[in-house]
Design a protein around this ligand. Structure first.
Ligand code: BGC
Length: 776
């Protein structure tokens, strides 16, 4: 997928001219942050300052004196949209794009040029402390949503920063740990979302990760930052470091890292100047990076709008929409939900999170919201005829107080109620950028409260607030209904009330599997690594690829989520379109309410030559349907998305196979299925005398040639020749051809092998030419 060089734009030309007007020292300064959030302007060369800011789910605008990247100091009020974990559960790219656009408007209004997001790292383990900031365990879902978000943001003239490139899947040891990943896994799982966002959305910046990848610091990884990102994917923007990720500025620049952030107190520029002067670094490399930074500065400031403003209420409403679309109704026995908002019932609202919402994660993404809805107030407003009694039930991250007294009060409140709404979740200190969790459990005072409350009143609905998966298996059987709210952003309180009372119909679907227990998770045995190395031993079997292929029971599978209505799938049609497939299915809303169904298309490579997951997500859509409405939904699968990364060929290959096309409502709720034959990519491994007999047989030219030889063996050896398909036959297939020719009982010699090689070379001139050993 190498990209031809494009004609350069006027901005590129202007940036190159501007960079030429800079001295060596100035270029070194331009390519290093001037402060925590800004670059240095060079008015004499016409290069303005660039202002960057966190992200991603809201603008974290700090003033330079009180800047930090750990979520310590305040930032200006901005809309706190639901973090990626929740947005992803909407499975709605159009919604992600609208959120991106709104974020862009807020950046414009605050004079911010680049917003540091989205994060498309894969959720390798539910323990990662930063999972709330990432979309999914699936690279396709992450990539599609990430690309939509970037398109929305950049449509406003504000640059995105795709992060953290690459394989930053844990927080433990993140500044130095090496993610040790085999090439196939790296490409299929950990690079795939980045590749999609780069190619489809062209983010103006890409942020390198802190961690090392296969031993090499991401900030110095030329293979990653230049050969893959630019030469293979055609990236043309700026590569920026994560804050403080640069180890050696000269090595990082040579690897393709254009901009070091933040300011390095003069060290970065000094090192660059020294490296150029000593001949260690070619000045032309610095010229290229300086021109890229200058181009970004010209581009972002051309879009700046000093009069820009945004409608706070409209953005709050969008945050509310995203929250209602992202919450996942996991369980709803006997249709306990939705509650009747007009009923004269007594509702016990229990749990501190109802009053003090947990609505975003901690660390560099922490936003100061423009307003904050809590569920307790929202529930009272939504159901004016109901009597609502509140009890906190447990302490959250604060002084412990009298836990037993809190529990008893909650139990009394529950006993007197018709229905209990129990708000549980992870305390803020449990999950944050910078460290991982050690287990998947809710705090014990919460599970103990749940046991006591459900004893007093089994009519209990649990509403969860958590950025990473929590284990449900220990307690979920005690309750009839569970709403997984993830982290719902600043409008989460009203969104929760709307979902519980049915003015919104839940449509969120799990973007990550909820396992039964930690020991079942894919990375369990290798987490978090040792002696500075995290070995990704599970390979491509991450998330549902792991659980489904191994047929492990889970609490809820990838893609699961209930609705207050029901949907029927009929009439699956799979047709070829261009190089790919069009999958059309009729979806009918067979229930009483309007709602979105998230239609999911998975494929299975039947009889693949490589070990592949049982099924993999290839397309999806969130489809709005009125009661009784039927819609034909067509989802396209690009042929390239059927490929695997072939370690023999060193590239992506589509195998010529039957592919199963499974359409359904989760990875384990497949409603319709079809099979389609796909022609494979033409690829032949280069053959030589050391290639196995099996490899020769699979080769388009070598295959027929070796068959003639084997036929001769068959005739000469008679009954001693192994039966096709027998274990002994397989032993022969595994032998190197040169090895076979050495066996005394086999009527082959090196002249035969030489003749075969000559035939292959003649027919496929690219074939390798290993010299044969000679029998003395
Ligand atoms: C985080 C980035 C963030 C940056 C700036 C780093 O610690 O990893 O995601 O954008 O700080 O705050």
């Amino acid at each position: 997928m190498a990209h031809a060089p494009k004609a350069i734009s006027a901005t590129t030309a202007a940036a190159r001219e501007a960079a030429v007007r800079l001295t060596l020292e100035e270029k070194a300064v331009l390519t290093t942050g001037a402060s925590w959030w800004t670059t240095e302007p060079f008015p004499h060369a016409g290069i303005p300052e660039i202002r960057l800011s966190d992200g991603p789910h809201g603008l974290r605008l700090q003033n330079d004196e009180r800047a930090d990247h750990l979520g310590i100091n305040d930032s200006a009020p901005a809309t706190c949209f639901p973090p990626a974990v929740t947005l992803a559960s909407s499975w709605d790219a159009e919604l992600a794009e609208r959120v991106g656009r709104a974020l862009g408007r807020e950046c414009l209004a605050h004079g911010v040029h680049v917003l540091l997001g989205p994060g498309v790292n894969i959720k390798r383990s539910p323990l990662c402390g930063r999972n709330f900031e990432y979309f999914s365990e699936d690279p396709f879902l992450s990539g599609v949503l990430g690309a939509a978000w970037v398109k929305g943001l950049q449509a406003q003239g504000v640059g995105a920063s795709l992060k953290h490139f690459a394989a930053n899947n844990q927080e433990n040891g993140r500044m130095s740990v090496s993610s040790d990943i085999d090439p196939r896994t790296l490409h299929e799982i950990y690079l795939s979302a980045f590749r999609r966002v780069v190619i489809e959305a062209g983010p103006w910046t890409v942020m390198c990760a802190y961690n090392r990848l296969n031993g090499v610091h991401s900030s110095e990884n030329r293979r990653l930052l230049t050969e893959l990102l630019r030469d293979t994917w055609g990236y043309e923007g700026v590569v920026v470091s994560d804050w403080g990720a640069v180890v050696d500025r000269a090595r990082s620049l040579a690897a393709g890292l254009d901009l070091e952030m933040p300011s390095s107190s003069g060290l970065g520029p000094a090192r660059l100047v020294e490296a150029v002067n000593s001949g260690e670094l070619e000045e032309e490399i610095l010229d290229v990076s300086a021109a890229r930074v200058a181009e970004l500065a010209l581009k972002v400031t051309a879009h700046a709008d000093p009069d820009a403003d945004y409608d706070r209420d409209a953005h709050h409403a969008l945050a509310h929409e995203a929250a209602t679309r992202g919450a996942v109704l996991l369980k709803n026995d006997n249709e306990l939900l939705p509650l009747d908002p007009g009923a004269d019932t007594r509702i016990a609202v229990l749990g501190e999170f109802a009053r003090t919402p947990r609505y975003q994660g901690a660390g560099s993404s922490k936003v100061t919201p423009t307003q904050l809805d809590d569920a307790l107030t929202a529930l009272a407003l939504a159901a004016p005829a109901a009597r609502i009694d509140f009890a906190a039930g447990f302490p959250v991250d604060g002084p412990r107080g009298d836990v037993a007294a809190l529990r008893e009060e909650a139990v009394r409140t529950a006993r007197a109620a018709d229905v209990v709404l129990l708000f549980l979740g992870l305390p803020p200190s449990f999950e944050s950028e910078g460290y991982d969790r050690e287990h998947l459990e809710l705090p014990s005072e919460q599970t103990e409260l749940l046991a006591a409350v459900t004893e007093a009143n089994p009519n209990t609905v649990v509403i969860l607030a958590n950025g990473g998966v929590v284990r449900l298996a220990g307690w979920i059987d005690r309750v009839p209904a569970v709403l997984e709210g993830w982290l719902l952003g600043q409008a989460g309180g009203t969104a929760t009330a709307d979902l519980l009372f049915g003015s919104s119909n839940p449509s969120g679907r799990l973007a990550e599997t909820i396992p039964l227990r930690l020991a079942d998770t894919p990375a369990f045995a290798d987490w978090p690594g040792e002696r500075g190395h995290a070995r990704y031993g599970e390979g491509v079997f991450v998330g549902y690829r792991h659980y489904d292929t191994r047929e492990l029971d889970v609490s809820y599978p990838f893609g699961h989520g209930l609705s207050y209505t029901t949907f029927e799938y009929t009439d699956l049609r799979v047709t070829r379109s261009g190089a790919g497939l069009d999958v059309t299915v009729a979806i009918t809303n067979t229930g009483p309410r309007a709602g979105h169904e998230v239609v999911q298309v998975y494929t299975r490579a039947i009889g693949s030559q490589v070990r592949r997951p049982l099924r993999e997500l290839r397309a999806f859509a969130a489809v709005p349907l009125a009661p009784a409405e039927t819609r034909d939904v067509t989802l396209s699968i690009a042929r390239a998305d059927l490929a695997h990364f072939d370690i023999g060929a060193g590239t992506w290959l589509v195998e010529g196979l039957d592919h199963g096309v499974d359409v359904g409502a989760s990875s384990r709720d497949i409603r319709l299925t079809a099979t389609v034959t796909i022609d494979g990519d033409v690829h032949a491994d280069a053959l030589d005398a050391d290639s196995t007999v099996g490899a020769w047989r699979a080769h388009p030219v070598g295959g027929p040639a070796i068959e003639r030889l084997l036929e001769r063996m068959r005739k000469t050896m008679g009954a001693a020749y192994p039966q096709e398909g027998s274990p002994r036959y397989r032993m022969i297939a595994d032998m190197r051809l040169s090895q076979l020719a050495k066996l005394p009982i086999v009527p082959l010699d090196f002249d035969d092998v030489e003749a075969l090689l000559a035939e292959v070379r003649h027919e496929s001139p690219g074939a390798s030419r290993t010299e044969l050993p000679r029998r003395s």
